[in-house]
Ligand binder design. Structure first.
Ligand code: 13P
Length: 287
């Protein structure tokens, strides 16, 4: 059931669990995530970066695929199609394509411009029933060729952006996209605590959810994180399972080269990863 992310995140915040945002890259990803959410009776957010959207044939193609699968697989759990790290232009493209949620990443603008653009997009999104995420403080690592430094957000700036009426707020707390380096210092719970104190009931978003130790994720959820974004772990699980299949020579046995067989282990690996995360985030049975 396609819906905006507003209600599922408010319920998560009140219930002290988090909803997973799993980024999609193609049909296998979408099907694996939707079916796992339905099997576990969990709400879910399908994240689409601008790069992945382009790769899949544009946001309209993505939205049409998700809508069709939602019907075909009789998905009854709440599902949001969400633009991940959207530019100003990308937000409008997704609104036109029928997405149910957008993220405007204005973190690289000066705070005044971030505020002005976020305000405009909040009004447009809400008038159409979409939810909107904003970001304060760059999240580190590399995503779609954009390298962020990874900094801790200023709690006062978080409050200023939260007050614009966004539905969820991504705030840097030392988290980074992609694999965490061996010398990573961990999440700054001090910053998270200060942000939550300033922003009250606002659902907070933890980007870079792959590779964060489980105990840190759990603690972040107790401090107000209601959405955790995961991309890299599903990609690694898919690649690992596919490599094992090929290295075992299974693609050379019978019709093992059939994409439905070749991609099956990777598909199952995504499902297993999503299941583990939903259990960790506490969203199982919360649809
Ligand atoms: P990871 O790829 O590190 O899981 O981050 C995903 C993310 O935050 C998407 O916005």
């Amino acid at each position: 059931m396609l819906v905006s992310a507003t209600e599922m995140l408010q319920k998560a915040k009140a219930g002290h669990y988090a909803v997973g945002q799993f980024n999609i890259n193609n049909l296998e990803w979408t099907k694996a995530i939707l079916q796992t959410a339905q099997e576990l009776n969990s709400p879910v957010i399908l994240g689409v970066s601008e790069g992945a959207g382009k790769y899949m044939g544009g946001f309209r193609t993505v939205q049409a695929m998700v809508e069709a699968m939602d019907k075909e697989f009789k998905i009854t759990v709440p599902v949001a199609t969400h633009l991940d790290h959207g530019t100003y232009e990308g937000c409008y493209k997704c609104i036109k394509a029928g997405f149910t949620s957008i993220m405007f990443d204005g973190s690289h603008y000066a705070i005044e411009e971030n505020v002005a653009k976020t305000t405009e997009l909040v009004n447009v999104a809400h008038a159409l029933g979409l939810s909107i995420e904003a970001e304060v403080g760059a999240i580190g690592g590399e995503e779609d060729g954009v390298i962020g430094k990874g900094e801790c957000a200023d709690p006062d700036e978080c409050k200023a952006i939260a007050d614009l009426g966004v539905d969820m707020l991504a705030a840097g707390i030392g988290n980074i996209h992609g694999k965490y380096p061996a010398d990573w210092e961990g999440l700054s719970f001090e910053t998270l605590d200060a942000i939550q104190k300033k922003t009250g009931t606002m659902p907070l978003v933890l980007h870079g959810g792959s590779g964060i130790p489980e105990e840190m994720v759990k603690k972040a959820i107790t401090l107000g994180v209601s959405k955790v974004n995961v991309n890299t772990e599903c990609q690694l699980a898919f690649a690992d399972a596919t490599r094992k299949y090929v290295e075992a020579g299974k693609d050379l046995e019978g019709k093992g080269f059939d994409p439905r067989k070749l991609l099956a282990p990777g598909f199952e690996a995504i499902k297993a990863t999503v299941k583990d995360k939903m259990e960790l985030f506490g969203s199982v049975g919360k649809a």
